[in-house]
Design a protein around this ligand. Structure first.
Ligand SMILES: [Mn+2]
Length: 146
C-alpha cells in the first residue's frame, strides 16, 4: 500500500497526465508545494515500486499499476468533495478537509460514503430534507448562544 505522501503524488501525477497529457517534475512540485528535489526522490521511489517509469524524452509514464491506483485516488478525492458538498459543508473548507481525511479512510468506508452520495443524488427531495435539518440546527445553535 502506498503511503499518504505517495498517494498525493500518484493522485497529482494522474491528474496532470489527464489534463495535459504529461506530468513534469516542476508541475508536480508546484501543485504539491514541495521542493523539486523532493519530487526527484519520490519519483525514484515510485519508479522502484513499479508505479511509474521515468523515460528520458517522454517524461513520467504511469505503469498499469500506477494508473489504476491514480484513477482510484482521484475518484476518492472527488467523491469526498461531493460528499462534503451534499452534507452542506461550507465551500471554503471542502478542499482542505478532503486533503486532511482522504488518506485515513478504508476503501470500505469510501464505498459506503459512495452509497450515501448516491442516495442523495438519486432524489433531490432527500437533499432538501437534509438542508432543512441543517437550517434548523443552525437556528438552534444561534438562539442558544445568545
Ligand atoms: Mn487529494
Amino acid at each position: 500500500m502506498p503511503t499518504p505522501s505517495m498517494e498525493d503524488y500518484l493522485e497529482r501525477i494522474y491528474m496532470l497526465i489527464e489534463e495535459k497529457g504529461y506530468a513534469r517534475g516542476s508541475d508536480i512540485a508546484e501543485a504539491l508545494e514541495v521542493h523539486p528535489s523532493s519530487v526527484t526522490k519520490m519519483v525514484q521511489k515510485l519508479d522502484k515500486l513499479d508505479y511509474l517509469v521515468y523515460e528520458k524524452y517522454r517524461g513520467l509514464i504511469l505503469t498499469p499499476k500506477g494508473k489504476k491506483i491514480g484513477k482510484r485516488l482521484v475518484y476518492r478525492h472527488e467523491l469526498l468533495e461531493d460528499f462534503l458538498n451534499i452534507i452542506g459543508v461550507d465551500e471554503q473548507y471542502i478542499y482542505e478537509d478532503v486533503e486532511g481525511i482522504e488518506h485515513h479512510l478504508s476503501w470500505d468506508a469510501i464505498d459506503r460514503i459512495g452509497d450515501v452520495v448516491q442516495y442523495f443524488q438519486e432524489d433531490e427531495e432527500r437533499i432538501k430534507h437534509l438542508r432543512e435539518i441543517h437550517r434548523k440546527n443552525e437556528e438552534e445553535e444561534k438562539s442558544s448562544s445568545k
